[in-house]
Design a protein around this ligand. Structure first.
Ligand SMILES: Cc1cc2nc3c(=O)[nH]c(=O)nc-3n(C[C@H](O)[C@H](O)[C@H](O)COP(=O)(O)OP(=O)(O)OC[C@H]3O[C@@H](n4cnc5c(N)ncnc54)[C@H](O)[C@@H]3O)c2cc1C
Length: 394
């Protein structure tokens, strides 16, 4: 089949890898002019790590990634709350790496090894499907036909908007905005340690990267209209963190000078159905869990892998899309529900929530007790399908 995948992030190239392996003709269209570099870091673990293993990319991910084995939790004045071992909290053992999202995307894309056509700097403008085909008009003006179209174009998916309706119908805003940015030459450097500093209504994460770079991620509770203008966005964080001690004044100053700045809302996407005729959604486009899940990229890979397995094993696309949703919906919903409960970790609303958060941090730091705080949300209770077996069913 001829398949158009919109988005060369995490889900898109993963899906393309498995579809190409099953002999499908895949085109990826990506709106950016080049595959992105830099950006924020993702913790990568769980069943998504297993998918990466099946794609043979784990050694490359380890090479390009980081291990932050220590987590230092601080109060807003810089006083110590707790020190925890990250891998112990995630119970991930060796199957865990922190990596720039763009590097993860690049490694996944690299694994395709030319197995799919890549169109950069373009996007789907309109989409018309009938019983046998989907007609696509691109922003560039060209038109093409495909058997299936996959929206892997992230939280603000164009394919979702064109085929299912406006974002507002499916977005669940969790009352938090964030800014992620890299700083060159930030004075304080602590290799392998993740610093989490939380005050009333906000949290700041500082991670030391290679090549003298530091990644900052600030989250803050916010109920107003989400601004488009960068100066207005920065103002939200200045307001929210105005009483912050520790390195917070320096981090706010660094935000203004940073070139690699990314702002967005912390939102989930919840949809009654992930497919509409010949169009299907994968990754954040159909089921964003929000960054509070700490697992969005891993889930995007799981979804892509399961969708490809279903397409490989089913006798038609309707059966495949149904199988994909039945296989994953409950699991993904449980991840989304678990993530919403973590709000107090990223932007506690009152002193009681801040107290609970800090107490939870201390409990998590005690070996073997992280489950008391996190419940089962850090466990992936899913068995991945066997791709070869799925292929052999047809
Ligand atoms: C600050 C932050 C921290 C996070 N931390 C973690 C973490 O620790 N662990 C984790 O697993 N996940 C984390 N996530 C979540 C993770 O990044 C996402 O869940 C994951 O990237 C989703 O993959 P995706 O392929 O669905 O979407 P994306 O990675 O967003 O990729 C979408 C792609 O589609 C492209 N695109 C968009 N619109 C169009 C269009 N109209 N036409 C063509 N292309 C288009 C985009 O340019 C992009 O390349 C974090 C997210 C954020 C924001």
């Amino acid at each position: 089949m001829k398949v158009l995948v919109s988005g060369a992030g995490i889900a898109g190239p993963t899906l393309a890898y498995w579809l190409a392996r099953a002999g499908h003709e895949v085109t990826i269209v990506e709106q950016s002019l080049e595959l992105r570099t830099g950006g924020y870091l993702v913790d990568f673990w769980g069943a998504g790590f297993e998918v990466a293993g099946r794609m043979g990319i784990v050694p490359e991910l380890r090479k390009r990634g980081y291990i932050f084995d220590k987590l230092e939790a601080l109060r807003s004045d810089g006083s110590h709350v707790a020190t925890a071992k990250t891998a112990k909290i995630l119970k991930a053992g060796e199957n865990y790496v922190s990596i720039e999202r763009s590097e993860l995307a690049s490694v996944i894309y690299g694994s395709l090894n030319g197995g799919a056509e890549l169109v950069l700097g373009d996007s789907v403008k309109s989409l018309n499907q009938n019983a046998s085909i989907v007609e696509i008009e691109f922003e560039s003006g060209s038109t093409r036909e495909f058997d299936l179209v996959v929206g892997a174009d992230g939280l603000h998916s164009r394919i979702r908007e064109l085929s299912f309706g406006p974002e507002t119908e499916f977005e669940r805003y969790l009352g938090i905005v964030f800014a992620a940015f890299q700083v060159q030459g930030y004075e304080q450097r602590d290799e392998g340690v993740a610093f989490l500093c939380a005050g009333l209504g906000y949290q700041v994460l500082r991670l030391t990267l290679d090549r003298d770079r530091t990644l900052m991620l600030i989250s803050a509770g916010y109920d107003g209209e989400r601004p488009r203008d960068r100066a207005d966005q920065e103002e939200i964080f200045r307001d929210a963190l105005h009483d912050g001690g520790w390195e917070i004044p320096a981090i706010l100053d660094a935000m203004t000078g940073s070139t690699d700045y990314f702002f967005d809302s912390v939102s989930q996407i919840r949809m009654p159905s992930w497919s509409s005729g010949r169009v299907v959604l994968v990754g954040d486009a159909g089921a964003a869990p929000s960054f509070m899940a700490g697992q969005g990229s891993a889930l995007a890979m799981i979804e892509a892998y399961v969708l490809a397995s279903q397409i490989a094993g089913a006798s038609n696309y309707t059966e495949a899309f149904l199988g994909y949703e039945n296989y994953l919906k409950k699991f993904i919903l449980s991840k989304q529900d678990a993530a919403t409960k973590l709000r107090l970790a990223f932007a506690s609303r009152n002193h009681w929530e801040l107290f609970v958060r800090n107490s939870a941090m201390r409990i998590m730091a005690i070996p073997g007790l992280s489950d008391l705080v996190m419940g089962k949300s850090f466990h992936d209770r899913i068995r991945l399908p066997d791709f070869k077996k799925a292929e052999s069913l047809r």
